[in-house]
Design a protein. Structure first.
Lengths: 187, 340
């Protein structure tokens, strides 16, 4: 039990520290992030402590949290983009893990579908999908890992190649079986 | 030791070399030392301090300070630019069938001013250009050496045992240094290959806390440097690993003790003039501080929480006497060294 308590404290610290990084960006949503951290299961929290970009959500499939996330009106979308833009820590999608509470009745495929809907409307990238891409694009370490053809290119080459890579990203996120979504876990 | 002298908003990238700095605003305008260069659509530092500019007609101009050294009638791939020649491309496009970005690659030999079509539909990445060879990788596990003289591949080596190739860091004497990431097994390796044959000579990483992405070649020292921290709620060590790029010997594998008491955990870093300039976390996730270490003694010379930052710190660059820090919303914080 002591160990579990310790893990919860660690998770709470993750949230609080991340609030600082978001200050000035989404201020009013800070308390909700902290609350979300406390709702996570202990097992998920333990996983979070071993990864740099661990995030834990306890959302119901048809709840307001997912709905706002898909609509792109949730602060969690900004949080997702913030993680992706952190080139110090998130140097590969393997460094990012989003854990969802299976006790809320969600499956991995369902969660991936929600992320997909947030980014892709069935035909093209949504506004938030483009913003997610731009967050990755601004993180040179992650960009180079996801799109090795961008490594070493100068700003002008990057601008030239960006529409092509955006097309590639759209192809990737249009399918929940694509490896891009492997950061989503359900326990 | 350093004081904040300027804030510039809406910046997406900053580059530095010697006394110069280039920044790019969010509208893709380029500025050299703070002055907008309206005639050019890109600029980059090459050849140790020269500036290569490209105009809207895809012509390129090599400058040393204000002096035009050379002009060429095409664009360039900056990491292939050498005194002998450079690669450039045309017909850049994404091929959805192959899921690859392709381009036609040309090589301009400056010695005889010849231009040669190297490959059509080329989808590999130029990582490093040696005297007569260029090193590429594609897919992420195969490293190849392409001869600039014959246009033929001279060797290729499968490095999939070590995960995926992150980057080719340097060629030092006959050693080719490659950084590889195996995220599934949380194993990151520095591979030393024979540059002439591609033969794997040495694998470093098993007993070292290597960074997965932020390993750099320090040309002045001829060493490879990894400087990283791990995340935890308690003061966490920043580990510095230094490797002799000529021999592969591990010169240092140490915890930076001076960063423990102020609870600084290194994020991004740059080397200049026997000093290491770094961003750092004091909490688990948020990069808030910058600082300076003595490269040789690892004494902490100075650190500060960046005042007025918004979000995390996403980049740090240095030029002579100045530190440039870019925050998450695109504000560039410029610090200047105070007189001793």
């Amino acid at each position: 039990m002591n160990n579990q308590k310790g893990l919860l404290e660690v998770e709470f610290t993750i949230k609080l520290s991340y609030l600082e990084s978001l200050s000035g960006l989404v201020g009013p949503l800070q308390t909700r992030y902290a609350a979300a951290g406390l709702l996570c299961s202990v097992r998920s929290v333990q996983k979070n402590t071993t990864h740099n970009g661990g995030e834990c959500k306890s959302w119901e499939l048809n709840g307001i949290a997912f709905q706002k996330f898909v609509e792109g009106t949730s602060g969690s979308v900004q949080q997702f983009k913030t993680y992706l833009s952190d080139q110090t820590r998130v140097t590969s999608m393997d460094k990012l893990e989003y854990w969802f509470d299976g006790k809320k009745g969600v499956t991995e495929s369902q969660v991936k579908e929600k992320f997909k809907q947030m980014m892709y409307n069935g035909t093209t990238l949504t506004t938030q999908g483009t913003a997610v891409f731009n967050a990755i694009w601004g993180n040179s370490a992650l960009r180079g890992n996801l799109f090795p053809e961008t490594v070493g290119l100068n700003a002008n080459d990057l601008s030239n190649i960006k529409p092509s890579i955006l097309g590639k990203f759209q192809t990737n996120v249009s399918s929940i079986t694509n490896g891009f979504y492997d950061f989503i876990k359900v326990k | 030791m350093y004081k904040l002298i300027k804030l510039i908003e809406n910046i997406q990238n900053v580059y530095t070399s010697l006394d110069n700095y280039i920044f790019v605003d969010k509208n893709d305008n380029f500025y050299l030392n703070g002055i907008k260069e309206s005639s050019y659509m890109s600029m980059y530092f090459v050849l140790g301090g020269h500036i290569l500019k490209q105009n809207t007609e895809n012509k390129s101009f090599l400058y040393l300070n204000d002096t035009l050294i050379k002009d060429i009638n095409h664009s360039y791939i900056f990491n292939t630019y050498s005194e002998n020649g450079c690669f450039y491309y045309e017909n850049l496009h994404y091929d959805p069938k192959d899921d690859k970005v392709k381009k036609d690659i040309y090589y301009h030999d400056f010695n005889d001013n010849s231009i040669r079509l190297f490959a059509k539909g080329f989808s590999e990445n130029f990582q490093l250009v040696l005297d007569n060879n260029t090193i590429t990788f594609q897919p992420r596990t195969i490293l190849k050496s392409l001869s600039l003289l014959t246009g033929e591949y001279e060797w290729e080596v499968d490095l999939s045992e070590y995960g995926e190739i992150r980057s080719v860091l340097a060629a030092v004497q006959d050693n080719l240094w490659v950084l590889a990431n195996d995220y599934k097994n949380n194993r990151h390796s520095l591979l030393r290959l024979d540059a002439n044959s591609g033969r794997l000579m040495q694998v470093l990483g098993e007993d070292l806390k290597l960074s997965d992405a932020h390993v750099k070649y320090i040309k002045e020292k001829q060493t490879l440097l990894s400087f990283k921290s791990s995340i935890s709620t308690i003061p966490s060590p920043s580990t510095l690993v230094e490797i002799d790029a000529k021999t592969g010997d591990v010169l240092r594998n140490v915890t930076v003790e001076s960063m423990l008491e102020p609870n600084l955990k290194v994020g991004l870093w740059q080397y200049q003039d026997n000093q290491l300039f770094f961003t750092a976390n004091t909490t688990m996730m948020t990069t808030t501080h910058i600082g300076v270490l003595d490269y040789n003694t690892l004494a902490l010379l100075w650190y500060i929480e960046v005042p007025g930052r918004k979000g995390l710190l996403k980049d740090i660059q240095v030029s002579t006497g100045k530190i440039y820090v870019l925050d998450q919303v695109g504000t560039l914080h410029i610090f200047e060294k105070e007189s001793d």
